[in-house]
Design a protein around this ligand. Structure first.
Ligand code: SF4
Length: 327
């Protein structure tokens, strides 16, 4: 089978079967970029409502560039990987400064934006600018592995690297954005990790794994990585209707640069009564967190990372869902 027939089959199916997702309506560079950053490491179901509220608050690049970091982080609450939100805002500022507020359309310029890698640059250029740049993400790796009978693991960067030339060969000059989205859509809805729906697959006649009965064996299964256990005791210190918060530094292993409740040992206070417990996962770390009431030793100076915030306002600061679970 030829590349041309494969493209025709997949594009025909995509035209009929694609999901109606908010970023697919009116795919401007700004809207595509925001959606691609949000969709890194996060599911479509989790992103959709956040995307809509983010776009309502920041409908344009200029509005995002004029925002404060805290406001962007607050809207990002619940999506995790907060460096993505910071990079979005930094990139918006950089587009204002370097490109006069106009989203760049050249690959190297897009790649230079904070938080944008080869995948995201390919997505923006193909979808928003109709330029024939390829992309390779987890869905594409799985589809290629099966379609072409290639042995490798989805999370192996070396395997992903070998697929870029194939993605480059296949991306068409016309409808490159539809092609890239069709590959990802096939991986998300038909060629799924477990039990792919080969009977309903628009490209089964091209598929090596299907012909050889290997669809459940490709890609190779991942080597399991055990999560790193982390235990925290955090302190609830309240006085005159205010709660003591702590800004975590960029040297922290987890939740860098975000406001949180102080951990035991960071301020002069002895943990007392247990108030709440929560289990939470952050990038291969399994946190077990206890929240304990504590009274501050007022004689000790307060570190600069600490700040009293009115009790009614602390949810504006505590954006990670870990804190929301504890509260
Ligand atoms: S035939 Fe099956 S394994 Fe092959 S691409 Fe389609 S869904 Fe995936």
């Amino acid at each position: 089978m030829s590349d041309a027939l494969l493209r025709a089959d997949l594009l025909r199916w995509y035209g009929k079967a694609k999901r109606d997702l908010p970023w697919r309506r009116n795919p401007t560079p700004y809207r595509v970029w925001v959606s691609e950053i949000m969709l890194q490491q996060t599911t479509v179901a989790a992103v959709t409502p956040k995307y809509e509220s983010f776009l309502r608050r920041f409908p344009s690049l200029a509005s995002l560039a004029a925002s404060s970091e805290d406001e962007v982080l607050k809207l990002w609450a619940g999506l995790g990987y907060y460096s993505r939100a910071r990079n979005l805002r930094r990139a918006a500022l950089s587009i204002q400064d370097v490109h006069g507020g106009v989203f760049p359309s050249e690959f190297d310029a897009v790649l230079e934006l904070p938080g944008v890698g080869r995948y995201t640059a390919g997505a923006i250029l193909s979808i928003a600018f109709s330029k024939p740049y390829p992309l390779v993400d987890g869905n594409v790796i799985r589809v290629f592995s099966r379609l072409f009978g290639l042995k490798g693991r989805v999370k192996d960067p070396g395997f992903a690297q070998t697929l870029w030339p194939l993605a480059e060969r296949l991306v068409p000059k016309s409808r490159p954005g539809d092609w890239n989205q069709a590959l990802m859509e096939l991986g998300a809805t038909v060629c799924t990790p477990d039990s792919p729906s080969c009977g309903a697959c628009p490209v089964s006649r091209h598929c090596v794994a299907f012909k050889k009965g290997l669809q459940d064996k490709l890609p190779l299964s991942e080597t399991r990585r055990e999560p790193v256990p982390v235990r925290w005791t955090c302190l609830w210190i309240e006085k005159n209707g205010k709660v003591l918060l702590w800004r975590r530094s960029d040297k922290e292993r987890l939740l860098k640069n975000l406001w949180g409740l102080p951990e035991k040992g960071r301020v002069a206070a002895v943990p007392g009564r247990l108030l709440a417990k929560a289990a939470h996962s952050i990038t291969h770390h399994a946190l077990a967190v206890e929240l304990r009431a504590a009274a501050l030793d007022e004689r000790a100076p307060l570190p600069p990372e600490a700040r009293w915030a009115p009790r009614g306002e602390i949810r504006d600061y505590l954006v990670s869902s870990l804190w929301l679970k504890l509260l």
